[in-house]
Design a protein around this ligand. Structure first.
Ligand SMILES: [Zn+2]
Length: 142
């Protein structure tokens, strides 16, 4: 089921510039509060999505070795931080692949938005802060 927050991106609404994309590794301090740092896999020239196919090997390897992948951060340089259709399907795929809920941070021209992705298109409202390469957040509602 699609969420009300999912929107379709039209090609002419996107300016193609490099967006930042980070895998977040960290840990949960409580059942609702997490801390993480971002590590970059690559600077990409495609807009507005969390990646799956390009970076899957490195991220799944990281999860197998350390078990500390807690989510993803990416930017929407020229658009609001809504969940795009690509973000939506990709986050569902990541939750399935890693077998656990994940944080999805999107920083758009309207600010930093946080989604706690539980799978099957279900996500909860959350808040987070970003200080350089470090992130901290809280799930607002279970
Ligand atoms: Zn996106």
């Amino acid at each position: 089921m699609m969420s009300m927050m999912t929107m379709t991106i039209k090609a002419d609404e996107i300016n193609i510039i490099n967006e930042t994309y980070l895998c977040l590794t960290g840990r949960w301090l409580t059942s609702r509060i997490w801390v993480a740092q971002g590590f970059k896999h690559k600077e990409r020239a495609t807009p507005a999505s969390v990646s799956f196919e390009e970076d899957a090997y490195g991220i799944i390897s990281r999860e197998i070795s350390y078990g500390d992948v807690i989510g993803f951060y990416h930017t929407h340089p020229n658009m609001p931080a809504f969940v795009s259709t690509t973000d939506f399907t990709t986050m569902n795929a990541w939750v399935d692949a890693l077998g656990k809920p994940l944080i999805c941070l999107i920083e758009g021209k309207d600010g930093l938005y946080t989604y706690y992705w539980r799978g099957d298109g279900i996500y909860n409202e959350a808040k987070s802060i970003k200080i350089g390469n470090f992130f901290m957040g809280v799930i607002c509602k279970e």
